[in-house]
Write a protein that binds this ligand. Structure first.
Ligand code: 1CP
Length: 351
């Protein structure tokens, strides 16, 4: 197996930084759009054969260093009985606003509620020669969607709950920490080599509220994982003001968006964690020469033990394929240590 990604997560030496792309399966790929003509989003997620197909699509085109199972952060909650549709983002039939709504949220074992995710991971790990990533939303980010009922700028409903009824919010976060810990552990048992936690909306919190609400919940989810486990990546965009606190969540790798420089993040976290990121997704809308220049700047900024090259957030649906190719060529041509690089192979990633 190509273990460049796992080595970088552990801050071990590598010939060049590994690369994967957040949301590498998705709407920028014509073959994904074709798959979605045949099946709706939740059906793809819940049918292991289709989820594996979506996960394999980017790997057939690009020599990436990790696969990610095709699912969504809200899918385990749908499995736990929260009624929702996707259009394209999640829409809940009934947002959770009161204490009794939250008490009614079930926390069934994820091996039952999201068994299809485990089946997709097991099959994917048989089909690829790169590590397979599982993932989950962080408790705070899942709570933001559950309380709002969908995505909305600033998530005013959870902000109101935080101020009006902080005990109820803490109760919800406690339940979600259980669900997230269980879901991550289930994915690792099913064959995931590493897991990523997306805290997409942590950045709307002040440092004090992050430390009171979001951080304890994500820390509890990570602490619930077995001691001998694959690496955990913790990513929150627009969270420059939270970086030192995020480093205390218990993850091995910190994902950072483009608003924070990698060398700056390394200094602020004392070099204790590997770092992942952080080319701006918009950089891929530029011509290939510009993509190469921007990607090289990120690679230089990330130099040091444990850099996983990635975008600073999910790839945009309008991204041209040539831009992704330019990114890949640049990473493949970048030697962490020029002497070791001369001896490295370039095997494909789908067997
Ligand atoms: O029409 C479609 O095909 C649906 C579009 C889509 C896709 C392709 C959604 C709806 N989710 C996904 C897949 C997905 N979501 C993956 C797949 C694996 C991969 O290749 O990376 C992952 C990791 C996610 C994670 C996810 N979903 C996040 C965290 C990452 C981030 O961008 O911050 C979030 C916030 C979601 C919620 C969600 N699901 C879908 C959309 C459009 C959204 C955002 C909605 C909103 O906030 O309004």
């Amino acid at each position: 197996m190509n273990d460049r990604f796992l080595r970088a997560c552990r801050r071990e030496p590598v010939d060049r930084p590994p690369l994967w792309i957040m949301r590498q399966a998705g709407r920028y790929l014509p073959e994904y759009r074709a798959l979605r003509e045949r099946a709706d989003f939740l059906t793809v997620c819940r049918t292991p054969e289709l989820a594996v197909e979506a996960s394999l699509q980017p790997l057939r085109r690009f020599a990436l260093d990790a696969a990610i199972v095709f699912s969504d952060i809200l899918v385990p909650l749908a499995g736990a009985g929260v009624a929702m549709t996707f259009d394209p983002g999640p829409r809940l039939a009934a947002p959770l606003r009161t204490r009794s709504d939250i008490d009614a949220l079930r926390t069934p074992p994820m091996a039952e509620a999201a068994s299809f995710v485990g089946a997709a991971i097991a099959e994917l790990s048989r089909r690829v020669t790169v590590p397979v990533l599982g993932f989950a939303g962080a408790p705070w980010t899942l709570a933001a969607y559950l309380v709002e009922g969908g995505g909305r700028d600033g998530f005013p409903a959870i902000q109101a709950m935080l101020h009006r009824d902080p005990d109820t919010l803490e109760r919800l976060l406690g339940k979600l920490a259980t669900i997230v810990g269980d879901h991550l552990a289930f994915q690792l048992r099913s064959g995931a080599h590493a897991v990523q936690i997306f805290d997409s909306w942590a950045g709307i919190l002040s440092p004090a509220d992050y430390r009171r609400f979001a951080l304890p919940a994500v820390r509890r989810a990570i602490a619930a994982l077995p001691e001998r486990r694959g690496p955990v990546i913790y990513f929150a965009p627009s969270a420059h003001h939270l970086l030192e606190d995020m480093a205390a969540a218990g993850a091995d790798v910190l994902g950072v968006c483009w608003r924070t420089g990698l060398a700056d993040a390394r200094r602020r976290t004392g070099g204790r964690l590997a770092l992942q990121g952080n080319l701006a997704p918009h950089a891929l809308l530029g011509p290939p020469a510009s993509v190469r220049e921007r990607a090289r700047a990120v690679l230089e900024d990330g130099r040091g033990p444990g850099h996983i090259m990635n975008l600073g957030h999910g790839i945009l649906p309008e991204t041209p394929i040539e831009a992704v190719e330019a990114l890949i060529e640049t990473v493949h041509g970048f030697a962490t240590n020029p002497i070791a690089h001369a001896f490295s192979g370039r095997a494909g990633s789908v067997s």
